[in-house]
Design a protein around this ligand. Structure first.
Ligand SMILES: *Cc1c(COP(=O)(O)O)cnc(C)c1O
Length: 410
């Protein structure tokens, strides 16, 4: 992948999305009529809340006391020396309660559910990280919680299923389709259509129908805001490049957003290259994906010639999804963000390298950003600064990695 200078988007990022939830040609709200009012109400409640000092104060308090914010900006000294180029910093979202950035959004939305007087929360989950974060906030605020999860994912991530149940959530296995994330989202939407009067749907990424992509992005903007202030304090200047992994795109939008207007800062999103860019063996939507509508949102989607959703694969369940958040599609087309991909074998190698050199076991999702980061650091000069968002920790992945390495744990 070539690195090109990134022209700033011509439109101010704050003005996106428009009143219809569109980021240029992407986004929108393609939903059944029964959900139109619910989505409009949600957009309204969110807009009032975010201008309400009491809501903002409470959100910030729980982000600090429950989630553990602010997270550290960490100088990866030995990884920097290993690469021999740019100075590498990590934004440590892996240090958050429940193990990943997902809790930022879960807290923001559970407070909205309470504000709307809805006693019941539903969520979808793939690897289980969003399910665990949602179960945690529902326990804390005493709300009823049901999480939909593909039956295949439930088996792969049995420990996260048990975690959710420990925190009082009901986990429902989905037997339809591929029995993974996409099917769990379908089931959650079906539930929401039926129970919308007493139920809030906490969607877990910057995806789906408006206002979700905007709202979820906003709840994660704290990542970039903190990183910006920490970098200025530490280095007296902004980083030259920021790299984040992209599943639906929430951790990446969160860390990118407050740097979009800084033309000197290159932004790079990393998708899952799986076994390589062959049909059905990856989840890199910008490598062959076409414009389409999936689960409420117009964006780049991996699909076959008939428009059927393509099979996807990645070693990391959190990046294994056929559609990408609409705001990423917009910044890709305007050229403001460059997109790369990392393949499973590279991820396995850098997962071990980071663990060994830094004493930090990153999530397999986050390791995709680290793969591109190691490549870029080597190409960049010693006077340059590279910031990598470590979106989560790898504790949830060690069983799977051991299996892939042929290590028997007992
Ligand atoms: C869920 C997850 C992701 C992918 O989701 P985005 O919305 O793209 O951020 C990335 N990293 C971790 C650790 C996750 O749990």
């Amino acid at each position: 992948m070539v690195s090109t200078a990134s022209p700033a988007a011509s439109v101010s990022p704050e003005s996106l999305p428009d009143a219809y939830g569109r980021f240029g040609a992407f986004g929108g709200a393609y939903v059944p009529e029964t959900l139109v009012t619910a989505l409009q109400d949600l957009a309204q409640v969110y807009d009032t809340a975010r201008h309400d000092p009491a809501y903002v104060e409470e959100l910030n308090r729980h982000l600090k006391e429950f989630a553990g914010r602010p997270t550290e900006l960490y100088f990866a000294e030995r990884l920097t020396a290993h690469c021999g180029g740019a100075k590498i910093y990590f934004k440590r979202e892996d240090l958050l309660h429940t193990g990943a950035h997902k809790i930022n959004n879960a807290i923001g939305q559970v407070l909205l559910a309470r504000r709307m007087g809805k006693p019941r929360v539903i969520a979808e989950t793939g690897a289980g990280q969003h399910g665990v974060a949602t179960a945690a906030v529902c326990a804390k605020f005493g709300l009823q919680c049901r999480v939909y999860m593909g039956a295949v994912d439930m088996e792969r991530q049995a420990l996260n299923v048990f975690r959710m149940r420990l925190m009082g959530a009901e986990v429902v296995g989905v037997e339809a389709g591929q029995k993974t994330l996409k099917d769990a989202v379908n089931e959650a939407m079906r539930d929401w259509v039926t129970n919308v009067r007493n139920t809030h749907y906490i969607l877990g990424s910057a995806l789906g129908a408006h206002p979700y992509p905007m709202m979820v992005r906003d709840f994660h903007r704290v990542i970039g805001k903190e990183a910006r202030a920490q970098m200025l304090e530490r280095e007296g200047r902004l980083p030259d490049e920021i790299i984040a992994c992209v599943g639906g795109g929430s951790n990446a939008m969160g860390v990118f957003f407050d740097f979009i207007k800084d033309e000197s800062v290159r932004l790079v999103g990393v998708e899952a290259g799986g076994h390589g860019i062959r049909q059905g063996e990856h989840a890199a939507r910008f490598e062959g994906g076409k414009l389409g509508v999936l689960q409420g949102c117009k964006t780049y989607i991996l699909q076959n010639a008939d428009g059927q959703i393509e099979l996807t694969h990645s070693v990391s369940a959190g990046l294994d999804y056929a559609a990408i958040g609409p705001e990423h599609a917009y910044y890709r087309d305007t050229g403001r963000v460059r997109y790369a991909y990392a393949c499973d074998d590279e991820v396995m190698e850098i997962f071990q390298l980071c663990s060994r050199l830094e004493g930090i076991i990153p999530a397999l999702e986050s390791t995709h950003a680290l793969v591109e980061g190691v490549k870029r650091a080597k190409e960049m000069g010693k006077d340059e600064i590279l910031l990598i968002n470590v979106s989560g920790r790898g504790d949830k992945d060690v069983n799977q990695v051991a299996k892939l390495l042929g290590v028997t744990l007992r």
